[in-house]
Design a protein around this ligand. Sequence first.
Ligand SMILES: [Fe+2]
Length: 387
Amino acid sequence: MPYQTLFEFAAPTRLVFGPGAIQQVPRLLEDAGEGRTLIVTDPGIRSVGLLDRLTAVLDRAGRSYAVFDETEANPSAETVERCARRYLDDGCGMLIAIGGGSSMDVAKGTGILATNGGRVMEYEGINKVRQPIPFLLCIPTTYGTGSEVTPFSVITDRSRQFKATIGSPLIVPAAAVLDPDLSVRLPIPIAGATGMDALTHGIEAYVCLAGNTVTRAFAIQAIELIAANLRQAAASDHHVAATEQMLIAATLAGHSFAFTRLGNVHAMAHPLGAHFNIPHGVANAVLLPHVMEYNLMACPDQYARIAAAMGEEVRGLSAMDAARRAVAAVRTLSADVGIPANLAALGARREAFPAMAADAMKSGNIPVNPRKTGLEDILMLFERAYA
Ligand SMILES: [Fe+2]
């Protein structure tokens, strides 16, 4: 099974978990010195009062800060460059990202420009970054990306309608605060989409050809926690324990795919974001069962293990039958948290599929997908997910 037998694992991000953990931000910033912090966020985080909760903590600690709140979904290179100008013009020396994966990815891109200069798309690909980014503390408020512990930043190049991945160990955040008090009122569409993104990370990392015993341990635990907690976390504004388990699950999944990459779902979801601005987690959730069905025959034992982790009864079943239970469990969970049934319902148009399939094939996630995949396979999977 292993695609690689030599592997490394490191988890350098300092993590603080728990209700009220946001109060620990000043203590964590002490590692970075006395300079001004640029807070990177989005208008939604400001409007629901989460930015104020962070700045109140910083004010009490006497920390100086500036705010960039212009992050959008599927953030663009232009946004990163605007944020980097703010960082430099305001004389900042460190970064805090508060929000979803977009804010964290913009903060990573900003950090790259702050210490490396140039334009952000110059760093597309793996290991193009030369200098470590400044101190970056992430405060994820969704259950999604795991970006707080990964070496990846995904930035959209609007001129190419392409979501570009920048990967480098030099952009891994220094610290992260996972405080369920900030996420417990997440609206169901965001909770559902980001939770399904984290589930996709767990499943793709678990079956991925580049996985190893360590990364699979993180991935299967993430899958189990998401199956057990996403519904309650999404359904209630008060279920702090389920919310905390979801934040932990997203981070565990991040620790896994940071080393393995992902698979066909992510390769295909990125063009959906670039062409139709479909939220990343929603695109993943719609594609995931179709890619799982395609992959089943390559690694049925692993999918059977996923089915069991998701609470399915698999005793006495053949490996393939048990594996199919994993697909059914994903479909049920996805529907329960309000994910639309197909790509047509999301506004995707079939005439874009050839260009999207060509873009998907450029992804580094394709070579590690457990079942070998060509352009025609990706086109077929887009068609299956369409209606
Ligand atoms: Fe993702």
